[in-house]
Design a protein around this ligand. Sequence first.
Ligand SMILES: *[C@@H]1O[C@H](CO)[C@@H](O)[C@H](O)[C@H]1NC(C)=O
Ligand SMILES: *[C@@H]1O[C@H](CO)[C@@H](O)[C@H](O)[C@H]1NC(C)=O
Ligand SMILES: *[C@@H]1O[C@H](CO)[C@@H](O)[C@H](O)[C@H]1NC(C)=O
Ligand SMILES: *[C@@H]1O[C@H](CO)[C@@H](O)[C@H](O)[C@H]1NC(C)=O
Ligand SMILES: *[C@@H]1O[C@H](CO)[C@@H](O)[C@H](O)[C@H]1NC(C)=O
Length: 849
Amino acid sequence: MEHIITFLHVVIAIMNFSRTNGTFCSLQGEPVYPQLSKEGDITIGAIFLFHSKWQIADLSYSVRPPPVKCTGLDFRAFQFSQTMIYAIEEINNSSSLLPGVSLGYKIYDSCSSVAMGVRVAMALVSGNENSDLNEPCTKPTEVQAIIGETYSSASMAIANSVGPLGISHYSTCECLSDKRKYPSFLRTIPSDYFQSRALAEMVKYFGWTWVGAIRTDDAYGNNGMAAFTEAAKQLGICLEYSLPFYTTYSEEKVLRIIQQIKSSTSRVIVGFLHMWDMEMLVQVFFKHNITGYQWVGTEAWIINPGVAKLDKNNIVQGAIGLAIPKTTITGLKEFILDVHPLKSAGNAAFTEFWEEMFQCTFTMKNESKYKTVCTGSEKLSELENAFTDMSLMPIFSNVYKGIYAVAHTLHGLLGCIQSCPIKKQSDPFTFLKHLKMVRFQTKDGEDVFFNENGDPPAKYDIINWQRTKENQYEFVNIGHYDSSFSPNDRLLINTASIVWAQNSKDVPRSVCSESCPPGTRKAVQKGKPICCFDCIPCAEGEISNMTDSIKCKQCYQDYWSNPHRDECVKKEIEFLSYEETMGILLTAVSIIGALTTIIITIIFFKYKDTPIVKANNSELSFLLLFSLTLCFLCSLTFIGRPSEWSCMLRHTMFGIIFVLCISCVLGKTIVVLMAFRATLPGSNVMKWFGPPQQRLSVLAFTLIQVLICVIWLATSPPFPFKNLKRYKEKILLECSLGSNVGFWAVLGYIGLLALLCFILAFLARKLPDNFNEAKFITFSMLIFCAVWITFIPAYISSPGKFTVAVEIFAILASGFGLLFCIFLPKCYIIILKPEKNTKKQMMGKVPAK
Ligand SMILES: *[C@@H]1O[C@H](CO)[C@@H](O)[C@H](O)[C@H]1NC(C)=O
Ligand SMILES: *[C@@H]1O[C@H](CO)[C@@H](O)[C@H](O)[C@H]1NC(C)=O
Ligand SMILES: *[C@@H]1O[C@H](CO)[C@@H](O)[C@H](O)[C@H]1NC(C)=O
Ligand SMILES: *[C@@H]1O[C@H](CO)[C@@H](O)[C@H](O)[C@H]1NC(C)=O
Ligand SMILES: *[C@@H]1O[C@H](CO)[C@@H](O)[C@H](O)[C@H]1NC(C)=O
């Protein structure tokens, strides 16, 4: 391959030189003649592959390069030629397109040799069949445009050497779209760029991310595969292997390819192959018994009956691929099959064609291949071979469109209206400029135009190889691809109608690693392609809700991942509610507390005239009972969802009510102290601390707390607060204190009063009163202080809603402490020991007044 290219470069260099220097116009060597030709006002050239092989005819020949002998007649070139002749005749006959201008043609054979292709292209340009070194290159180009070459490699060489003329019907190489290199190349077949892209999109569509590839080792295969690889990479498809293949490869090389395919893990093979390479591969695969692969093919072989015939072992069964859409050109088939007019266009070629077609010979010679004599009246209709097969109709249509593009361009350039004022070829550069802008519809309604790179829009049919009942392959159309649509709509596939490799109804799997389910993310395995990965579960608080996520997403602040890690769910909000056990328990206890207090109040009220009640300062007692009831009830404000109101209420209510309680107790203690002094002779202390003073002091103490609370609420009141930091997976709804100083001031004031009360009660405990309350008050204050001292560390360290529970517990405990210590003994006497509840008893141990 390499030396052919080098040789070509030399050829091109010579020709470039020749054109600039203007000394000679053709290559050295044997003269070349057109296979078929007809004169006309304007001639259109064509280069087709009439022969698929060539050999050097005579090695002793002194002229270099030596003459070549072409062998292996290919009927397809005749089909292309017939199509071209048909289009030209149709235009010739038409009264609207190029009226009065007759088009001629010259069709050459490139003999499957790039060098030969360049030579015939030169001949077409110069009209110089007899290569005469000395003839100056002064004539204008001979043909207006050249249809061809068939294959990309040859097209590249020709486009490089010939200049503004080529329109190919079959060269798909993406490289030819490069208008800096091939400014004068156009085509009526879409570029491989689109095909590669479409193939990659199709592979992606079926979820195959791990595929192998085989390509023809030439410009077509290499460039096509490069474009495919690029597109595949963008779409996240990995190639496990990408192997070159060529019909002339040594057996050893082919064996290596086979080994590689056998040892691969991917189940899909993308074949960027010419049909003869594919034909050969099918045979190689058959020899090595390799079956079961899902083939994906290019338009070069996907509708090729030759490959289908050779595939005896279902190697390519179920293949899918892109084909140029089926098109019909009315009347073309009949025209192609009527070969007799060919005779007038090229006798020699026609004779060869006829002999090959009917396997007979016109002139019996010793070296003749066939032994029967042709009669000339053999019937084509009785034959079924490559020539009568019309499956290449889309390519014929490309030839047809090429000719019409030339005609339409000429029509405009020559200023044809009723008739054409000029009937001569136009300047090649002007012609090219107009050719690129031409836009028309064929008689069968197909829109023809070129983009800025000289490429037509890409439309493909998607073909699936299915076995018929007769064990023949049928190329079933299962979808469509159109590059002019938006990326999401380009591919249209009816998956249900596909029959896959091994006659399966399910889409084959071909992946390196199974896809990662939601809740996990992909982690590429070290040193492997990106399609091979492990699935790693998302961390807490992170999710992935798609398959094959690359990253896990962090949930928003208020959200947390669910156990499957595939959804962010709202975080649970935690607070001490009435519904949970702890809430219910605390509520019950506080209500029991309140009821107990009320019952005691009722008992006291009922026995309000008994000495024990009277002796103990009934007014303060009732006030204390009332504030204790409130105290039990105020713990309820701590339960339930914190709201703005409940937050403000809870601490202030509690603070004020508690101060009310303590100041009542304090009042009682002072009264006890005073009462003792009052019993001493000459004292009238009672006057100083009579009921009005008692009321006033309770009010004063309470007002101070009210003032503290008002200041707290006015400056920075408590508010409901979503604590996101305490727990990761749930939100703690709590009351923020607003101002810590406020909170601790309220508590501190209560503590201060309690301490004062405790000290006074402690002093009074030994006083000889028959029913000295001071003992009980000391005891209750002891409980009270103990509760609140233990409360502080517990409050600070307990988690979440337990902080609130601890606070409620402290309130209830100190409430019960006061209630039981101060009132229970009296109730005991009132109800169970009424005999003790007499004035006498009360006074008994008291020193006499
Ligand atoms: C075109 O038509 C003219 C006369 O109508 C005829 O002489 C000529 O052979 C035709 N050319 C082709 C290519 O059919
Ligand atoms: C062109 O016209 C000639 C003579 O009228 C006819 O024989 C031939 O079939 C026509 N060709 C086409 C392609 O219509
Ligand atoms: C080909 O391989 C298949 C299984 O892969 C096997 O059943 C069959 O016998 C093989 N045929 C030959 C000719 O080796
Ligand atoms: C043709 O074959 C005959 C015998 O069949 C032989 O005598 C003759 O020499 C051969 N001619 C050539 C040109 O080979
Ligand atoms: C995944 O989550 C994003 C937002 O986080 C959402 O837009 C998208 O629709 C979700 N996808 C699926 C498949 O649920």
